[in-house]
Design a protein around this ligand. Structure first.
Ligand SMILES: NC(=O)c1ccc[n+]([C@@H]2O[C@H](COP(=O)([O-])OP(=O)(O)OC[C@H]3O[C@@H](n4cnc5c(N)ncnc54)[C@H](OP(=O)(O)O)[C@@H]3O)[C@@H](O)[C@H]2O)c1
Length: 338
């Protein structure tokens, strides 16, 4: 088992779920430490029935740590995580900073586990909207080669962290009371609204969130030829991202075949019966670790196209669950003979 696991960003939206998962899944480690910014240092949290003091993240904080699970903003990940690698720790990082760097593995355990096993230093966990989409693409890609994807996302406010959720609740209350709320996580009011911008402006009129879906998909699937056209939208749902995904494949896939491929893929649950009003809903996927798929149908505008609806808990499979699964994969690989 691991000697000492450090949870960096332990007080954040993702960090809180990571703590729950490490506890629920009885993660194999002798010691756990919990780190965050100076703002939270000295506060206490409970883990496995024991009280822990949150430590301040510093560059010298990693002595004796052999595994780091990190979920902080990009600039924090950039500044501090190399210090963990220097002392020999394996780092699994949720931020966007390291994902596309050369030599950094970008891993979804059901899709490219070998990249985690062969990795040294930092292993990145993908962007939440990318993870659920790539989980859905993988079985289609293996069976029929995905050539093009058109995706529109409907992303929950928890994707913007603890402050995103607070903004939705406080902004909705203020709106109903006829008051003005000063939003901190969003540049536009999110209550009773839909914001077609997540992240900053990047190339050709696309946003940073959208370009993550383009580049990360290619890296994880190991195919630079996949064309992805994304539109990422923030909606006033507290948790779970939804996506409308249309896929073109080199070989046509029927809805029946797609249903079968999804059903047989680990980590995907198909909920698909329009007559009965059955399809994945964010409030029903909340707190679940799977990627849910429904509304599977032919793209009526394209004989080589298939289209579907995909929902997943962005804090779980989109973040914490994926990171903990990577850590479990490493533990199984390193310690299975011990
Ligand atoms: N939310 C999602 O659905 C999701 C999904 C995938 C990936 N991610 C990524 O995961 C990361 C964390 O997201 P989140 O949603 O958990 O954000 P969050 O709720 O805002 O939490 C951020 C965490 O980072 C800590 N932190 C901030 N600045 C720090 C500093 N200078 N030094 C040390 N710790 C610092 C915070 O500590 P304090 O409490 O002390 O401020 C907190 O624990 C981000 O990079 C995000 O893009 C998020």
């Amino acid at each position: 088992m691991f000697e000492t696991v450090a949870l960096v960003g332990a007080t954040g939206a993702v960090g809180r779920i990571m703590r729950q998962l490490l506890e629920e899944r009885d993660f194999p480690a002798k010691t756990f430490r919990f780190l965050a910014s100076a703002r939270s240092a000295g506060s206490t949290l409970t883990f496995k029935g024991q009280e822990y003091t949150v430590e301040e993240l510093t560059k010298s904080a990693f002595a004796g740590v052999d595994l780091v699970l990190a979920s902080t903003p990009d600039d924090t990940a950039a500044e501090y995580l190399p210090s963990a690698v220097e002392v020999g720790a394996t780092v699994i990082d949720e931020s966007g900073y390291w994902r596309m760097k050369d030599g950094v593995a970008l891993v979804i355990p059901e899709v490219n586990p070998e990249d985690a096993i062969n990795a040294k230093g930092i292993i990145a966990s993908p962007n939440c909207s990318t993870t659920q989409m790539v989980m859905a693409l993988k079985p289609l890609h293996d069976a029929a080669k995905v050539t093009r994807v058109i995706v529109s996302t409907y992303q929950a406010t928890s994707g913007a962290g603890v402050q995103g959720t607070a903004d939705l609740l406080e902004g909705s209350r203020a709106h109903l009371d006829g008051k003005v709320h000063s939003y901190k996580a969003f540049k536009k009011p999110i209550a009773f609204n839909a914001i077609p911008q997540i992240g900053s402006e990047k190339e050709q009129g696309y946003t940073s969130e959208e370009m993550k879906m383009v580049y990360e998909t290619r890296k994880i699937l190991g195919d630079e030829n996949i064309q992805v056209c994304p539109t990422c939208v923030r909606i006033p749902v507290s948790n779970c991202h939804s996506e409308s995904i249309t896929v073109e494949t080199a070989k046509p896939v029927s809805p029946e075949e797609a249903r079968e491929l999804f059903s047989n893929f680990p980590g995907i649950t198909v909920v698909d019966d329009l007559k009965e009003g059955l399809y994945p809903l964010p409030n029903e996927c909340d707190g679940r670790d799977e990627v849910f798929i429904g509304r599977i149908r032919r793209d009526i505008s394209n004989p080589d196209g298939i289209t579907f609806w995909c929902v997943s808990d962005n804090l779980r499979k989109g973040a914490a669950t994926n990171a903990v699964q990577i850590a479990e994969l490493l533990a199984a690989h390193r310690f299975q003979k011990v």
